[in-house]
Design a protein around this ligand. Structure first.
Ligand code: ADP
Length: 486
């Protein structure tokens, strides 16, 4: 099939979270299976320098944006056969220090930046010579493209656009802006209504996707069910219930080339389930890298991620405060986010320097070394659409401790669920004491080397390869196309 993906971040070009990993891996896997794939994404600072083979496409990108016309350009790159990257070049919008925000504050012109990006994606979906059959948009940043294509269909007929698939990676981020920003769409005002893109008097970019996409997917089966409820629906559960027959949950895969303990350029000591000695050696290096006492016998817990409320960082902090003084274990974390959380974790490290070490920032290499060197991986999210880190943990033989929610529930198996396939520890209640119990269970497992080995081997045996999940996406694309042709 011919598929154009549109995403505001794509690994290895740009990344703040799982969205980038997922889109990069989905595109590569589709192309490797013989599909014609394009990915449209902004040309952020540094990409041109890191990928000097970029070539400018002969396409004038003068797009209306409210009362003005904004000039841009498209640069292309062919990283592998069948896969073309299309970078939207608009220096005023995308050549910034970060992707979406600095020091916790969103860029004030994010509506313009991502409506422009969505317009560029819609334009490519219609004009590329290889005629994409499906435009697959991701999250709110690309969602306005759904309304643009819907409008085109209304004017020129059903067959005038590709089919439209939206993937929700996190319903909590919706791109909601003042009503006046709807003018940037240059579309008739009647779309700005509760049945359209209006969300309590404001303009919701994500709603454009939820209302007008032909099919909606999200990144795990459990999250697909959760978001139709008031508890997880972020105010959009009613709409999602209406669209339930077009909503599917497909578990994200892991890019097994990027995340392979047997061949990981960020690790000194490769290892595999057949020979776990390298894991121990990586643990010692990780302890040294974080300035902790180097001792293979001390259980080591790791965590990676955005320091946001969603990730359960509050209960993790409280559980660590509770457990650290009473037990001999270590904890390492890399993350960044809300300044108050950054400070709280740094304070914890200052108070318990021989047990806790914290890096504030984003570092790909450190994240790989934490996955490899830790014994346990903490991920106590309040909600989690899919979560990739726990899957990376499993692949690296690092036993995850997770809350029962979204993709965490779909990927980790507790001993109470299956005593032969158990690969992690799960708890339900969102509280520090429930997580503390999880930590105690982990310490008990660690005291029994046979049991640790059993969990570790089960973890490493889990198959989350894209090869497994890709067929689900292809099926969605095919059904969508058949429906549109009917
Ligand atoms: P989310 O997309 O909600 O942030 P996921 O677990 O799905 O969470 O994916 C997060 C991705 O971002 C993983 O690849 C993880 O390793 C990476 N990541 C998050 N924070 C950091 C960080 N501070 N340094 C390096 N990698 C990080």
């Amino acid at each position: 099939m011919r598929i154009l993906l549109a995403s505001s971040e794509v690994h290895p070009y740009s990344k703040t979270g799982g969205l980038a990993d997922m889109v990069g891996a989905l595109a590569r896997t589709l192309a490797s299976q013989g599909h014609r794939v394009g990915v449209v994404t902004p040309l952020y600072a540094g990409i041109r320098e890191r990928f000097p083979a970029l070539k400018q496409l002969d396409l004038a990108l003068d797009l209306p944006l409210g009362s003005r016309t904004v000039r841009g350009a498209i640069w292309t790159l062919e990283p592998s056969p069948g896969l073309t990257m299309y970078f939207v070049d608009q220096p005023g919008f995308y050549l910034r220090k970060e992707l979406y925000q600095e020091q916790g504050a969103d860029y004030p012109d994010n509506a313009e930046r991502f409506i422009y990006f969505s317009k560029a994606a819609a334009r490519l979906a219609l004009d590329l010579v290889w005629k994409p059959e499906v435009l697959h948009i991701h999250d709110w940043q690309a969602s306005p493209a759904a309304l643009l294509l819907h409008h085109q269909r209304k004017e020129r007929g059903q067959g005038s656009t590709p089919g439209l698939c939206l993937t929700i990676h996190n319903l909590a981020y919706q791109g909601v802006f003042p009503a006046s920003e709807f003018g940037l769409m240059n579309l008739p005002g009647d779309y700005f209504a509760p049945a359209g893109v209006e969300f309590y008097g404001k303009f919701s970019c994500l709603k454009a996707g939820l209302v007008y996409a032909d099919v909606i997917t999200t990144v795990s089966p459990r999250y697909a069910r959760e978001i139709t409820t008031g508890e997880f629906g972020c105010g959009l559960d009613g709409l999602l219930r209406q669209r339930n027959s077009s909503l599917v949950g497909i578990l994200n895969g892991v890019d097994c080339d990027e995340w392979n303990p047997g061949n990981d350029p960020f690790l000194k000591h490769p290892y595999s389930v057949a020979d776990l000695n390298g894991k121990r050696a990586n643990k010692l290096l990780l302890q040294a890298e974080f300035g902790l006492p180097v001792n293979a016998d001390i259980p080591l817990f790791g965590s990676i991620g955005r320091l946001a409320e969603q990730k359960g960082v509050e209960i993790m902090l409280a559980a660590l405060e509770q457990e650290i003084p009473c037990a001999n274990f270590q904890f390492v974390l890399i993350g960044s986010g809300a300044p108050a959380f950054e400070k709280a974790y740094q304070d914890l490290a200052r108070r318990f320097p021989s047990q806790v070490a914290v890096r504030i920032g984003f570092d790909e290499g450190v994240s790989h070394r934490i996955e490899a060197g830790s014994d346990f991986f903490l991920m106590p999210s309040r909600f989690e659409p899919c979560g990739l880190n726990q899957m990376y943990g499993l692949r690296y033989g690092t036993i995850p401790i997770v809350r029962i929610t979204g993709g965490l529930d779909d990927t980790v198996i507790d001993i109470r669920e299956d005593s032969t396939k158990a690969n992690g520890i799960k708890f339900l209640e969102y509280s520090a004491s429930a997580l503390s119990k999880g930590i105690s269970k982990a310490l008990a497992i660690y005291n029994d080397p046979g049991l640790t080995d059993f969990f570790r081997r089960n973890a490493m045996a889990a198959d989350f390869s894209w090869g497994r999940t890709i067929a689900d996406y292809v099926r969605v694309y095919q059904t969508l196309n058949e429906r549109l042709k009917a």
